[in-house]
Design a protein around this ligand. Structure first.
Ligand code: MD6
Ligand code: FE
Length: 223
């Protein structure tokens, strides 16, 4: 029971705050709600320095999700494939800095999900408009086995959570404004994705969804 529930003499919420997905993976419902204003303002600041862009894939397609990054490394995809880069190829400049308060917040979220000592060196920022989607994939470009802390803001999304093989059964998990997903350990390479975003209007983000993923890309980053 939280202090506030005690003060109000109410029974504890029947809704568990932490939903275990699989060993090493959990959903922390609404955990980033209090961070929304700060993180969305931060996204606008970052996007002025390193704009959202839709990247191309090695197959010659264009991703439906728009991306930018902050921190020591940014995820990039082009005709040559995908990898992390220390500079934004669009500007030739280093990626904008990862706000220290975000880093501390992500460390704490990882700890709540059972992963101690997570120090992210990057944050990948995804912007979705209606129809944008992310096909089933593994996050395997990072050079560490640190967990990933993922934050959703704005329009609801349907998260697909599979297994370690592409053909494993997939669960569908709705993610709402402020929801956080953490995965690591034995779940770190689970296949996952986002189905096509349904059109709507969110009071805070309008017709958009934003997703931030905090990661540790390089073991030796001085952050
Ligand atoms: C998204 N996220 O939620 C897509 N990857 O928009 C991801 O692909 C993702 O949420 C690794 C860890 C967390 C994620
Ligand atoms: Fe991913």
């Amino acid at each position: 029971m939280t202090q506030q529930e005690f003060m109000l003499d109410l029974p504890p919420s029947p809704v568990p705050k932490h939903e275990a997905l699989d060993p090493g993976a959990a959903v922390l419902r609404g955990h980033a709600g209090m961070q929304a204003a700060d993180m969305l303002a931060g996204i606008r600041r970052i996007a002025r320095l390193s704009p959202f862009r839709r990247m191309t894939t090695a197959g010659g397609g264009t991703m439906s999700v728009a991306m930018t990054c902050c921190g020591a490394a940014g995820w990039c995809s082009d005709a040559r494939g995908h990898r992390y880069e220390p500079h934004d190829p669009l500007t030739g400049q280093p990626w904008p800095a990862l706000p220290p308060a975000w880093r501390a917040w992500a460390t704490d979220a990882a700890r709540l999900a059972g992963h101690d000592g997570f120090v992210p060196d990057t944050c990948l920022i995804n912007g979705y408009r209606p129809g944008a989607r992310m096909g089933l994939h593994q996050d395997d470009d990072e050079r560490t086995d640190a967990p990933v802390v993922s934050v959703s803001f704005g329009l609801p999304a349907m998260f697909q959570w599979g297994g370690l093989q592409r053909t494993d059964p997939v669960r569908r998990i709705p993610l709402l404004h402020g929801d956080v997903v953490v995965w690591g350990g034995p779940s770190r390479l689970v296949f996952h994705g986002i189905t096509a975003l349904r059109a709507g209007q969110h009071p805070v983000t309008g017709p958009c969804r934003y997703n931030l993923t905090f990661r540790r890309v390089w073991q030796g980053s001085s952050v």
